[in-house]
Design a protein around this ligand. Structure first.
Ligand SMILES: Cc1cc2nc3c(=O)[nH]c(=O)nc-3n(C[C@H](O)[C@H](O)[C@H](O)COP(=O)(O)OP(=O)(O)OC[C@H]3O[C@@H](n4cnc5c(N)ncnc54)[C@H](O)[C@@H]3O)c2cc1C
Length: 385
């Protein structure tokens, strides 16, 4: 057996495996799924449309290092993501900006709000809903309330089944209003989609003579963890295990399951070239689903068919796919108990969104894998060395 076992062939595991392999180390990557790429997995359907079965994934980053790394494994199509919110039938750009303001309010009122925002915050700047809610001017406070309830409140209830206030305060603090006509969802320097999809990109990352890939293999069937020692097929394993699955699995859920939200996806192929005005439309005031994504909008080239997916969020049961960690202080405290257990294992490293119980974008997954590579290289001494 190789001295490095990585559990999970998602972007976190694949990136780390590649970094070791490029440094001459043999790595075994196991994944319980029959596919690579974790939740970023995509495939081309019978109509030639790239579909992302675990939800829409759009690549964006500020990190040149991440972009340069991934660019070795894919060509890119430029793609700037724009999202519309369906507010009682009216489509407005989100994050909420000056265009949205004029779409939602009569002109004279929009002009007054625009003037205060522009004079006090500044054109091109961002302000949070929380700040606007505390403004001295009643019209601005009413505006903040409008954005909060029509863009944020019901959407958050659907997504988390919680009030926004009950989520970590960081969530509330982050909701921006753009004092500009900026209607891109992300403002990062690098915004691209891999030309032939994420699966091809991640396949290329994993394609290396030092990487052995074992799909359809649950870590639980080959690894066990007891009293600070890791066992591989019953024998003590002195190499490194990097775990990107749920941290609770390692310890038989002894402190209980960490709460997640799961998603139910309803896909539909339609006999028309286009379904909606943007790749993603959020339903912020109506319907049970949170949003509709139209995959053909991510790729170049018109087709006579299109594929859409509606997303429904619900509490994650043990048999469900865990998607979003629920960001509350109590859940983080529970996570920390598992983290402390994991720290008793000198050759165990936790990596990725499940093992760290933290929502991360794909660029952060890559960046964290790079940091973990540096950390392991610095501190771990392989036995024969
Ligand atoms: C709905 C949704 C939309 C998203 N959209 C975006 C987006 O637009 N842009 C963006 O940058 N990011 C997006 N993300 C985040 C993105 O999915 C993550 O950044 C990325 O998946 C992290 O990769 P990972 O390898 O850490 O985890 P994962 O992709 O979850 O991979 C973990 C892998 O480990 C495997 N595994 C788990 N347990 C075991 C086990 N016991 N044995 C063997 N294998 C195991 C799993 O099968 C999986 O393949 C989105 C996430 C969700 C949920």
């Amino acid at each position: 057996m190789d001295k490095i076992i990585i559990v999970g062939a998602g972007l976190s595991g694949a990136t780390l495996a590649r970094l070791f392999a490029d440094n001459g180390k043999d790595v075994t990557v196991v994944d319980k799924r029959s596919t690579i790429g974790g939740n970023a997995y995509d495939f081309v359907d019978k109509n030639g449309i790239t579909v992302q079965p675990y939800g829409p994934h759009i690549f964006h980053t500020k990190e040149k290092e991440v972009f340069d790394f991934l660019s070795k494994f894919t060509e890119w199509n430029a793609y700037e993501h724009r999202v519309l919110a369906n507010i009682k039938g009216k489509l407005v750009p989100v994050p909420f900006n000056l265009t949205s303001l004029y779409a939602c309010y009569p002109k004279a009122k929009a002009e007054r709000i625009n003037k205060i925002l522009t004079d006090e915050i500044g054109l091109g700047k961002q302000v949070t809903i929380l700040q606007l809610k505390q403004h001295r001017n009643a019209e601005i406070r009413e505006f903040a309330h409008f954005v909060y309830s029509n863009i944020f409140y019901k959407y958050t209830r659907k997504q988390w089944k919680m009030k926004p206030e009950d989520l970590g305060s960081a969530v509330m603090n982050r909701v921006p209003v753009y004092v500009s006509r900026e209607d891109r969802y992300f403002t990062d320097d690098y915004q691209f989609m891999p030309k032939n999809g994420f699966t091809e990109m991640i396949t290329n990352i994993l394609r290396h003579p030092h990487i052995r890939l074992k799909l359809n293999t649950d870590a639980g069937s080959i690894l066990s963890f007891k009293d600070g020692k890791i066992y591989f097929e019953g024998n003590e394993f002195k190499g490194i295990v990097v775990y990107t699955g749920r941290v609770e699995e390692i310890f038989d859920y002894k402190f209980g399951a960490l709460p997640y939200r799961t998603l139910k996806f309803k896909f539909k192929t339609l006999n028309r070239p286009s379904f909606q005005k943007a790749a993603v439309v959020n339903y912020t005031t109506s319907h049970r689903f949170t949003r509709i994504t139209e995959f053909t909008k991510f790729t170049c080239g018109a087709k006579d068919k299109t594929v859409i997916v509606k997303e429904y969020s619900r509490k994650c049961k043990k048999s469900d796919m865990p998607y979003y960690p629920v960001p509350t202080d109590a859940n983080y405290a529970l996570y920390n108990k598992y983290k402390e257990e994991a720290e008793k294992y000198k050759n165990l490293y936790l990596l990725g969104r499940l093992a760290n119980y933290k929502y991360i974008n794909m660029d952060v997954a890559v960046l964290n894998a790079m940091k973990t590579f540096d950390k392991i290289t610095e501190e771990f001494v392989f036995e024969e060395e």
